[in-house]
Design a protein around this ligand. Structure first.
Ligand SMILES: Cc1ncc(COP(=O)(O)O)c(C=O)c1O
Length: 398
């Protein structure tokens, strides 16, 4: 008898025609401008000052002192840093859990809150990773809607959120603040309504703030660190905060009603103790590295802002059929263009004709067509070339 597998994911998962075309193009040795490159180490953001990585080589890393929540020295530095940003209500060292990445943090929290077959609510449009993260825990990722009005921007459809909470098996609302790829922060009035709904239906909040420190066209933003109204898990990590995904260090900051923190923290500690996945070198380096966040965010913030402005000036001339959706923050901009062909065919055409690789909006469940995502972390010259190639392709069609 052959080995049998779980049905946590709908595998085998076939490659889509766009990624097959990308591979084929690479095999043929043809150039590709990856307009959705999101790996910071591939866009020139990996270089650090001399001595930066010396923090990893501390002799103390020779020892191993397992701590379920992570090294106290790292959590103390992190708590101090969070307080400097978010004030005295930000979680202290005892409410912080270090892990390998925010993706892993989701897995831990889904295990903590959901039994197999239960559900969490995730934003739509949103990042496709959630179907996998939830599926791998035997959990359903149901969606609530975000809707767009130009030029005001994105809003949470609170009615769809409440509908999703009513089935009695939905244990958490996932908020991405700001969301990927819509770049929308949770507004203060939305926050009050969401906390109220979560509390009424007994759902926890899981708030992903990996892009929080990269505001662009933000009207207002508020961090959920220290939220007291409902059990809240705020996620962040070095992957985006310092553009260091290879260091594999993320964290969960817990807050909410005191009694609930105690129960959740105790259970989460058992999960954390089972895996003990945060690496000692990165935890040792964290206190020194946190001091470099302002410079990193300022430098990358300038690049994101310059690329967003270039995108607007290249694509939004008078009578232009393209528009760049309002982008409050994060690393991604969305472009809406005439639907001259199916979205996938447009993306295939861009790749074939211009060597430009973009993500079509259907990958993120965007209702609008035709929409395409572009990564704002590219070096500005390359980004500008990409935006010009995008314009040229559409001009050639119309
Ligand atoms: C919103 C969001 N959260 C989390 C992640 C993954 O972060 P990590 O590398 O810490 O797992 C991504 C990756 O792009 C993301 O877009």
């Amino acid at each position: 008898m052959l080995a049998r597998f779980s049905d946590r994911l709908p595998w085998p998962i076939p490659a889509n025609p766009l990624s097959r075309a990308l591979e084929a193009r690479k095999v043929r040795g043809l150039p590709v401008l990856n307009f959705v490159e999101s790996n910071p180490t591939r866009v020139g953001l990996g270089m650090r000052e001399d001595g930066f990585f010396a923090a990893l080589g501390d002799r103390a890393v020779e020892g191993y002192a397992p701590e379920p929540r992570g090294l106290p020295s790292a959590r103390e530095a992190l708590a101090q840093w969070l307080r400097s940003l978010h004030g005295p209500r930000a979680p202290g060292p005892a409410e912080l859990f270090l892990c390998a990445s925010t993706s892993e943090a989701y897995g831990w929290i889904f295990k903590l809150l959901c039994s197999p077959g239960e559900a969490v609510l995730v934003p739509k449009p949103g990042y496709p990773l959630f179907d996998y993260l939830a599926g791998l825990e035997g959990v359903e990722a149901k969606s609530y809607r975000l809707w767009y009005s130009h030029p005001k921007g994105w809003s949470v459809d609170l009615e769809s959120l409440e509908t999703g909470l009513k089935d009695g098996r939905t244990k958490a609302i996932v908020l991405i603040n700001p969301n990927n790829p819509t770049g929308s922060y949770i507004k203060p009035q939305e926050r009050a309504a969401i906390v109220g709904l979560a509390s009424r239906y007994g759902a926890a909040l899981i708030v992903d703030e990996v892009f929080y420190g990269f505001p662009l066209e933000a009207g207002g933003r508020s961090s959920f660190h220290g939220e007291e109204g409902v059990l809240t898990f705020v996620l962040d990590g070095l992957s985006k905060l310092l553009g260091l995904p290879q260091m594999k260090l993320g964290w969960i900051a817990l807050s909410g009603p005191r009694a609930e923190i105690e129960v959740a923290g105790g259970r989460l500690e058992i999960i954390a103790d089972t895996y003990l996945s945060a690496g000692t070198p990165a935890m040792r380096a964290l206190p020194a590295w946190l001091g470099t966040v302002p410079a990193f965010q300022a430098g990358l913030g300038d690049r994101l802002g310059a690329n967003l402005s270039a995108l607007r000036s290249i694509l939004e001339g008078p009578a232009s059929p393209h528009r760049v959706l309002r982008c409050e923050g994060g690393w991604t901009a969305l472009i809406e263009s005439p639907r001259l062909l199916e979205e996938e065919d447009l993306a295939l055409g861009l790749l074939e004709q211009e060597g430009l690789y973009v993500h079509p909006g259907f990958l993120f469940d965007l209702e609008k067509e035709a929409c395409f995502a572009s990564s704002l972390i590219l070096p500005p010259q390359e980004f500008q070339k990409g935006a010009e190639a995008y314009l040229r392709f559409f001009s050639s069609l119309s």
